[in-house]
Structure formats: C-alpha cells, structure tokens
Design a protein. Structure first.
Length: 246
C-alpha cells in the first residue's frame, strides 16, 4: 500500500471515511471525492494530513454529470503524479416502490450506482494500466436478494455487479477489478430504518447475530488492493452470513 495513490468517491463520511483512514494508515495517498459534504471532507483531510502532511487531497464533483468525470480523474492523477486504485464507493439510496418509480429516481440511483462507476473506470483506465492497478466497486448483497420497495436501487447495484465482472474481462491483464458487497454495517440515514424491531430482525437474520463495522469493509478493500494479486472479477460479501441465510 505504501506510496499508492487511491481515488475514492464519496469518501468523506461513513464507510468511505473508514476506508480512507485504513488505507491512509497503511501508507497510501488519498484523493477523496465529495459532492456536498465539504465540512466532513475537510475535517477528514485535516485529520489525516496531521498524521502525514500533504497525503490527502480533495476533489468535488456531481458524479451525475458525466462530463466532469474525466476532469476529476485528471486532477486526481496530477495531484500525486499517478493513480493506482479507483474505489467506486459513492451511492444514492432511497426507496422506490414499483408504483412510485420516476425517471428522476432512475437518473439519481442508476447514475450514482452504475453510470458514474462505468465512466470513471473508463477515464481512469490509462492511469491504472500504467501502474498495474485495480478497481474496487462497493456493491450490495441485495443484488442477489432484492430489497423490497427498492426496485431501482436493486437494479442499479445489480448492474454494478455485472459491470465489475465485465470490467475485469475488459481491463485484464494489467488491471484487476473486484467488488465488496456489504450487509448490515451502518444503518441508512433514511428514516425508514429507525425502527428498532426491524433492525433486530435484520441482525437476527445474520449468521453471526450482529452488525458489522465500517472497518470490516475497509479491511476487505485493503486485502483486495494489497494482498490479492491473483483475484479479479470477484465479489466478496461482508455481511455476517446474511446473504446465505435470508
């Protein structure tokens, strides 16, 4: 990990921030993308730069605007002179029951979860091939076990799973592409998930009978970057066994 330059989308808070902290601790230089979370992004940058000066940079962009993505990647590469890893972490998440789906919902959910990872991967490909780098996509266990009332989100993340495998084929042999599928790690900020009984039901459906931690995702991302040179085109579920116990 030492000296690698890693671009992560949506890295300012929650699981994204946990990934940043772990990879930075291992010696990576981080380029942290954010859309609107400037305060959280700046706080994270200051925190990590105090530990290792000039090791974290910020880039702002709305990932739904595909015309901005090449420029975002170019800025990230220029900041540290190279790019070794892209982590597609940014994600919109909200319910869309079938009878309430709108084109606006589709543009948002498919745009952040599928469209942006595709075109970011396209833009970053020359840099990663030069470095024999890798891409990590944050997928979701509900690609295989759909979450009721989240029709568009399920479809978008399902597309990301397929994209991960397709990119592994397209970008081999220089670039490895893998995914991580979280289970119950952090509860969504959506108010629908505040009911304690519903939370306990989800926890009970895991084999390990507990929630995971954001660092569980970060550790898996670290493994795929640093310790998995012969793994590509794979999706690792980090879910306490929930995906096989639903």
């Amino acid at each position: 990990m030492q000296g690698k330059v890693i671009l992560i989308t949506g890295g300012a808070k929650r699981v994204g921030a946990a990934i940043c902290r772990r990879l930075h601790t291992q010696g990576a230089n981080m380029v942290v993308h954010y859309r609107s979370s400037l305060d959280e992004a700046s706080a994270l940058q200051n925190e990590l730069n105090q530990k290792r000066p000039n090791s974290v940079a910020l880039v702002q962009a709305d990932l739904l605007d595909t015309e901005l993505l090449s420029d975002l990647v170019e800025k990230a590469a220029k900041r540290f002179g190279q790019l070794d890893v892209l982590i597609n972490n940014a994600s919109s998440f909200f319910p869309t029951p079938l009878d309430q789906c709108t084109l606006k919902d589709w543009i948002d959910l498919a745009g952040s979860n599928l469209q942006a990872p595709l075109f970011l991967s396209q833009a970053v490909a020359p840099y990663l091939k030069k470095q024999c780098g890798c891409i990590i996509n944050i997928v979701d266990i509900h690609t295989e076990r759909p979450l009721k009332n989240y029709v568009i989100y399920n479809a978008a993340k399902g597309g990301l799973l397929s994209l991960t495998k397709s990119l592994a084929v397209e970008m081999a042999p220089e670039v490895r592409v893998n995914g991580v599928s979280p289970g119950p790690i952090l509860w969504p900020e959506d108010g629908e998930w505040t009911d304690e009984a519903a939370r306990q039901q989800i926890i009970a459906s895991t084999l390990l009978k507990r929630c995971g931690e954001p660092d569980d995702i970060a550790k898996t991302v670290q493994f795929l970057i640093a310790d998995a040179p012969y793994i590509t085109g794979q999706i690792i579920a980090v879910d306490g066994g929930r995906s096989i116990h639903l």
